[in-house]
Ligand binder design. Structure first.
Ligand SMILES: Cc1ncc(COP(=O)(O)O)c(C=O)c1O
Length: 351
């Protein structure tokens, strides 16, 4: 039996074309701004997202952290959805390194954030009793909400409220191209109303490393200073940028296949007695479903899946996550469903 790895789209490996481009990449010292491949990638990324300038960073976590560090003072408050990756899975970096506290806004089960909730959670500068709101962070697609997308209209509604109070907006667009492909709109339309955003090259786009942060020239100058401070000045990293450019040219349109596979996966899971999911809610490549208490704990289920050579991840409580990506074929989806229903039957027979 071959292992089917559905833990994340981060497990994708670089393509042959990427490796070739990496081998041939023109490089220079990026801390001096002299790496031509990085400069080209940053300019392309900024243009694709409708912003003035870009900055290659080591990871999505680093990009998000640089946004906080660039916009906020110690003692400020940042707002984000209560399912935000920045809150759950970035090691508490915003607090530890940015000295900010996070205020969470309720999200509905499709990840939606009500503009009224943003409005009522914004706190003013100049009041000594409160931590001033200095940044609103959004996420698209939304990892912990089964890869739900935010439409341009939803994005605009919450950005308008933040901007009316002078609060800038950063978009964690780690999987922005999944949103763009799913909604059939250019990424530009999803980023128009935010001030800064970042996207990952290393997830479904199959690059080995990297994220790009984009915004105004002034913001990127500030973020570059913070990137140096956190040790992110990477010198001849043009070999990574070269892979990134291949990704932008060749890896975006194919995301539709991953979405098709995840919808099929969700439909199959919905038919397995003991697992629950609303398959109509799946919009991109992330499938999160619940394991019925009668078949035991989610960690036990995950262990039994691993024994059947299916790797999945564990967002918490009774939930299990499967992510489709370039190395998962239609056949892998059918095989996953068949092994999963066997695992469930075996677990059910033990109770
Ligand atoms: C929505 C979202 N934002 C940010 C990140 C962080 O990216 P990285 O793993 O490159 O730090 C992830 C990683 O899974 C993510 O899903």
């Amino acid at each position: 039996m071959a292992i089917i790895d559905l833990r994340s789209d981060t497990v994708t490996k670089p393509t042959d074309e990427m490796r070739e481009a990496m081998a041939k990449a023109e490089v220079g010292d990026d801390v001096y701004g002299e790496d031509p491949s990085i400069n080209e990638l940053q300019d392309r990324a900024a243009a694709m997202m409708g912003k003035e300038a870009g900055l290659l960073t080591a990871s999505g976590t680093m990009s998000n952290l640089l946004a906080t560090l660039s916009y906020c003072n110690h003692g400020d408050e940042i707002l984000m959805g209560d399912q935000a990756h920045m809150f759950w899975n970035e090691g508490g970096g915003q607090a530890a390194l940015g000295g900010v506290q996070t205020r969470l806004i309720p999200q509905n089960k499709n990840g939606g954030i009500d503009a009224k909730d943003v409005s009522k959670n914004i706190r003013p500068t100049g009041n000594p009793h409160v931590a001033a709101t200095s940044l609103l962070c959004l996420e698209n697609t939304q990892n912990r909400c089964s890869g739900a997308v935010m439409t341009p209209a939803e994005t605009k509604a919450v950005c308008d409220v933040a901007h009316a109070s002078g609060v800038p907006v950063h978009l964690d667009g780690a999987r922005i191209f999944n949103a763009s492909v799913s909604l059939e709109v250019p990424a530009l339309e999803l980023t128009r109303d935010v001030d800064t955003m970042s996207f990952c090259l290393s997830k479904a786009l199959s690059c080995p490393v990297g994220s790009v942060l984009v915004g105004t020239k002034e913001f990127i100058t500030e973020a570059t200073r913070w990137r140096k401070m956190v040790g992110g000045g990477m010198r001849q990293a043009g070999i990574l940028a070269a892979a990134g450019m291949v990704a932008l040219d060749t890896m975006i349109d194919r995301l539709a296949e991953d979405h098709q596979n995840s919808r099929r996966l969700a439909q199959g899971i919905a038919n397995i007695n003991g697992l629950s999911i609303d398959p109509t809610s799946i919009q991109t490549n992330i499938v999160i479903f619940d394991v019925d208490e009668k078949i035991g704990s989610a960690p036990n289920f995950i262990k039994a899946m691993k024994d059947s050579e299916i790797l999945v991840s564990y967002p918490g409580e009774r939930s299990v996550r499967m992510v489709t990506h370039r190395h998962i074929s239609n056949e892998d989806v059918e095989e996953t469903l068949s092994r999963t229903s066997k695992v469930v039957r075996e677990l059910q027979s033990r109770v």
